[in-house]
Design a protein. Structure first.
Length: 446
């Protein structure tokens, strides 16, 4: 790989949606009060769901293991509160589907302070022991993908990691949870990064932050000492720069070919929240039991950046933020480009929940759809060099198998094509339909 260059261009294609971060970017993180019940879905990560190890009626302490990893590509769950296991069964998730989960009733008399955990002597751990500890901590990619982090650290024989890339792009409009974490916990971020850098044997840590977060850039700069193997790279603002392959292209000018991973170009990428979670575990013995969530959008009375115990119902966050305005039409989980509508406000915050956004008719009303005029704007917008117009046409004709010939599975559902389309064709939704059909048929034996 070429030596690192500060590549002031960007990845190819992509779009420039309005940032819309001003509602929350200056709001310090605040802790939500504890509530009565918490719901911990067993499948909070990509890969195999965790396996419950608790019984109904069992008392659990905050931070205690309640579900273990079911496979290597799986992770653990810990109780977000001190309380009692109330139910184990199927509950409705944010997308409306029933998923297995553990319901915990919080103990109203408990202090809900975490037991002081013991720091872990990470310097002396072998790489395999380190990977095992990251799995024990239940840490996943917290930018939204929720891929188990320990799996990313398992570098196959013959490969090496030269750069640890910390992803502080936070390119989705509205979301500012990573922004606030960089401002308020820069030392922990740098500590977590240094732990990972040393354990992976990387030469340097590179932190990429979009230039619309000047306070975050300043806070990190202030804490990087001369001689530290850390480089901070301010990035032009562009969506979807937070996608791993895009931020690698921007910073290193390297393409990660379809079907390959960042490690194939000697890079390991982690989101800022994930790296802070690593510092929390190794420096304080605290597993992943809470996360920062941005609650924003025109339908929220008092937008906020909240420190939320996992399992807290969305309804409680909205209540804490003064509730929804009467004009609210839709609540979504995640950012406006890749997020999904929430089917029930009783669904819980999980490890991948970066934001809860409430939209009014102005943001949700569907533009009138017109026929495709073959303008090519969707093709120009697609950062994965797909032909979204063709994929949408095939999906509409239910020619799902043919979509495979046009690399539909490389689509990351970033929504750039839909954003760019002057005919208001719901391209990404059509592509999603095709992908869902292909996946379902693959999983269901004929
Ligand atoms: S949603 Fe898929 S097809 Fe559309 S721009 Fe993103 S990657 Fe390309
Ligand atoms: S942007 Fe819309 S109108 Fe233009 S080619 Fe793509 S689908 Fe057709």
């Amino acid at each position: 790989m070429n030596p690192l260059r500060l590549f002031h261009k960007s990845f190819d294609h992509g779009v420039h949606p309005a940032h819309l971060k001003e509602q929350t970017c200056d709001l310090p993180m605040q802790r939500v009060p504890f509530v009565k019940e918490y719901l911990m879905p067993l499948g909070q990560n990509l890969g195999a769901p965790s396996k419950s190890i608790v019984q109904i009626g069992q008392r659990v302490r905050k931070g205690e293991l309640i579900a273990e990893a079911a496979a290597f590509v799986s992770t653990t769950l810990h109780s977000p509160v001190t309380g009692t296991i109330k139910e184990i069964g199927d509950f409705r998730n944010f997308d409306g589907n029933f998923v297995p989960a553990i319901k915990i009733e919080a103990d109203i008399y408990a202090t809900q302070q975490s037991d002081a955990g013991n720091p872990i002597e990470w310097q002396s751990l072998s790489i395999d022991e380190f990977i095992q500890e990251v799995q024990n901590a239940g840490i996943v990619g917290m930018g939204g993908a929720a891929f188990p982090t320990h799996v990313k650290f398992a570098i196959p024989e013959g490969k090496k990691i030269r750069y640890l890339l910390i992803n502080g792009a936070e390119c989705e409009p509205y979301l500012t949870n990573d922004h606030r974490l960089m401002i308020e916990r820069p030392e922990d971020l740098l500590m977590g990064a240094e732990i990972v850098r040393q354990k992976l044997g990387a030469e340097e840590t590179v932190i990429g932050v979009e230039k619309n977060k000047p306070e975050a850039i300043a806070a990190l700069r202030q804490h990087i000492k001369p001689g530290d193997p850390v480089r901070l790279v301010p990035l032009h603002v562009k969506y979807p720069q937070g996608a791993e392959k895009m931020i690698i292209k921007t910073i290193f000018n390297r393409e990660v070919p379809a079907g390959q991973l960042p490690r194939d170009v000697e890079v390991n990428v982690n989101n800022v929240s994930t790296v802070v979670a690593i510092a929390d575990y190794f420096e304080r013995g605290r597993p992943l039991i809470e996360r920062i969530v941005t609650v924003s959008g025109p339908g929220i009375t008092y937008p906020a950046n909240l420190i939320v115990p996992l399992g807290t119902p969305v309804r409680e966050l909205l209540r804490f933020c003064g509730g929804l305005t009467d004009a609210t039409q839709e609540v979504i989980m995640g950012g406006p480009m890749m997020g999904r509508p929430i089917a029930t406000l009783d669904s819980p915050i999980t490890k991948g929940s970066s934001g809860i956004l409430a939209f009014t008719a102005a943001e949700t009303s569907r533009r009138k759809e017109y026929p495709c005029i073959s303008c090519g704007r969707c093709v120009e917008a697609c950062p994965y060099f797909l032909n979204p117009a063709r994929l949408a046409r095939l999906s509409r004709a239910r020619l799902f198998d043919e979509m495979v010939n046009y690399n539909v599975m490389d689509c990351v559902e970033c929504g750039c094509c839909t954003f760019a389309c002057p005919s208001a064709i719901p391209i990404v939704q059509l592509i999603r339909t095709g992908k869902d059909d292909l996946r379902t048929r693959k999983e269901t034996p004929a």
